[in-house]
Design a protein around this ligand. Structure first.
Ligand SMILES: [Mg+2]
Ligand SMILES: [Zn+2]
Length: 260
């Protein structure tokens, strides 16, 4: 029945940090990570880091323990549970990896709130180490999007979601990073984008808000994420035609940022 599809980015949107950095830092591998970072794409580097962790005796259990301690704003879980209870179809589109995301969501007991997770595939191989693969096989099938990293174009994923949905479904997209800009550009007039204020996607949107067809509603922390997303969901659910809200928001947004 879900008439509303809510698509969440994961890092710095659901959890309050970058899960890749969190694991590397907490297990004491930041120096190596920072040394290798300039030499290869992020996704390739994370797979390499998992190999390094394994060869230094760090186990899957060590990674799981660290993932279970990841910081999350206290209003995020209630927000997700409320949106799910209201009948929304919740999904995740993330450039982290499926193992990190599933482990965290299961620990937080909210895995069942999400109908789908699109992320870089990851699995425990026969040596007992985590392998992380790119979402798109960029050697065989490059996505060709110049905005996105080679391993994942979130805009392409959003288009697939749009194609699979009926006409009257409406999307709410929440994110913080530069990788969330491409999908924001693909949202339609009836959709909503919720960029995290003062984060890269917000800054990109601010440069030219008119490129965004969807209504723009910023948020800065878990409390605002909860308030803004539930207000949008309730607005759509109640079928109110709150045009004055939408035009005011967009105008306000544009005025705030046209000065610089
Ligand atoms: Mg993010
Ligand atoms: Zn893209």
């Amino acid at each position: 029945m879900a008439e509303i599809v809510v698509v969440f980015d994961f890092d710095k949107t659901i959890v309050d940090c970058d899960s890749d950095n969190w694991v590397v830092d907490e297990l004491g591998f930041s120096v190596l990570f920072n040394r290798l970072h300039p030499t290869m794409p992020w996704n390739t580097l994370m797979d390499k880091m998992m190999m390094e962790l394994h060869s230094h005796g760090k186990t899957i259990d060590d990674i799981v323990q660290v993932l279970q301690m990841i910081p999350i704003h206290p209003r995020i879980i209630p927000a997700i549970k409320a949106a799910h209870a209201l009948g929304c179809d919740l999904r995740i589109v993330s450039d982290a990896n499926t193992f990190f995301i599933e482990t965290i969501l299961e620990h937080l007991k909210i895995r069942e709130c999400f109908s789908d997770i699109s992320s870089n595939p990851s699995y425990i191989n026969e040596d007992g180490r985590l392998q992380i693969l790119p979402y798109h096989d960029f050697n065989k099938f490059p996505h060709g999007c110049t905005l996105c990293p080679p391993n994942m174009c979130k805009g392409e994923i959003i288009e697939k979601i749009q194609e699979s949905l009926g006409e009257k479904k409406r999307l709410i997209y929440l994110g913080d990073g530069s990788g969330d800009y491409c999908p924001s550009l693909r949202l339609k007039e009836q959709d909503f984008v919720m960029p995290r204020k003062n984060f890269p996607v917000w800054e990109l949107i601010c440069k030219d808000p008119l490129l965004i067809k969807a209504e723009i509603h910023e948020w800065s922390n878990g409390e605002e994420l909860e308030r803004v997303s539930l207000r949008l969901i309730n607005k759509i659910c109640s079928g109110q035609n709150a045009e004055f809200i939408s035009s005011n928001c967009k105008l306000h947004f544009m005025c705030t940022f046209s000065s610089d």
